[in-house]
Design a binder for this molecule. Structure first.
Ligand SMILES: NC(=O)c1ccc[n+]([C@@H]2O[C@H](COP(=O)([O-])OP(=O)(O)OC[C@H]3O[C@@H](n4cnc5c(N)ncnc54)[C@H](OP(=O)(O)O)[C@@H]3O)[C@@H](O)[C@H]2O)c1
Length: 274
């Protein structure tokens, strides 16, 4: 199989490329600048026509962008023209409950209505956010600053998302389905802090930040206003318990349990050292 992967150099794209090449597939990997050289991977620019020749297509909208519909619409149009054997779109946990005009939901509906063999992946919050988005507070103050209250979330390891995406791209199951992907357990941020402390030898604590202060810190970090609204909205959803459900979808797709937070924390312990 030759798979076209949008977002190939990113958080989900990297483990997905690893899974695809390990399984002997060819990849047309989209990147604005090129990525790490790898057997079986050809880097192509963002021009949608570079999708030509792909048997399967994987689409995600890069983080930090609020209008995901405008980002991905040209690629959806290209897929419609080309009719690859399979299109997998990654959105986010719970997007199926969003109003039709919300950009990610609009993409889902348009793809499901396209007549293409399509599957939607809806992952929960990534475990890897702690070693990327929230790492600064941990390195500087040993604190996770987040407005999550005491709500639980079934965090997922991006390696499981990559593995599920590869399996669905190469297979023939799950046509027309939306797969809600979660880790094996639901944890609140105090429990996350305890697990990260155990794995790293640091004393990491959770600080339940006021949502307005969270917005201010995002503004200071230079994030665009529209994306701050999106991120604040989904953080509020987590605080309201919307990210808590645990699904058995990873087990169903991969035939094994999803990666636990403890394993994630051990595997990424080096990322938490200054
Ligand atoms: N973080 C979470 O907890 C979470 C949970 C559920 C769902 N999601 C969803 O995950 C998606 C993000 O996935 P990800 O974290 O794997 O993506 P990512 O790492 O943020 O981005 C993937 C790649 O996209 C390219 N890119 C960045 N900005 C771009 C732009 N303006 N135009 C074109 N390409 C651009 C970059 O590659 P090059 O520099 O090589 O071009 C980047 O490596 C979002 O749609 C988000 O809603 C996130």
């Amino acid at each position: 199989m030759k798979a076209y992967v949008f977002g190939a150099t990113g958080t989900v794209g990297q483990p997905l490329l690893q899974e695809l090449t390990d399984a002997g597939h060819q990849v047309l990997a989209v990147s604005r600048t090129g990525g790490e050289k790898k057997d079986g991977v050809e880097y192509v620019g963002t021009e949608p026509s570079n999708m030509q020749g792909a048997d399967a297509v994987f689409l995600l909208s890069p983080g930090g962008l609020a209008d995901q519909y405008s980002v991905l619409k040209p690629y959806l149009d290209q897929a419609r023209k080309q009719k690859p054997g399979r299109v997998v779109l990654m959105t986010a946990f719970g997007v199926d409950y969003a109003p039709a005009e919300v950009p990610l939901r609009k993409l889902e509906l348009e793809l499901l209505d396209s007549g293409l063999n399509a599957t939607i992946l809806r992952p929960n919050w990534f475990m890897q956010n702690f070693n990327s988005y929230w790492i600064q507070g941990i390195l500087a103050d040993q604190k996770i600053y987040f407005p999550g209250g005491d709500a639980k979330a079934a965090f997922i390891d991006v390696r499981d998302i990559g593995a599920c995406a590869a399996r669905v791209l190469a297979g023939s199951e799950f046509n027309g389905e939306g797969l809600a992907l979660t880790g094996p357990e639901s944890l609140d941020h105090n429990e996350v802090a305890t697990k990260l402390s155990a794995a790293t030898g640091k004393e990491i604590q959770y600080v339940d930040v006021d949502p307005e202060d969270f917005k201010t810190s995002l503004k200071q970090a230079g994030l665009p206003e529209d994306y701050i609204e999106v991120l604040s909205g989904i953080a509020a959803g987590l605080k309201a318990g919307q990210a808590a459900p645990v699904t058995d979808t990873v087990q169903k797709v991969l035939g094994r349990a999803p990666i636990s937070f403890d394993k994630y924390a051990r595997d990424y312990a080096a990322a938490y050292q200054q």
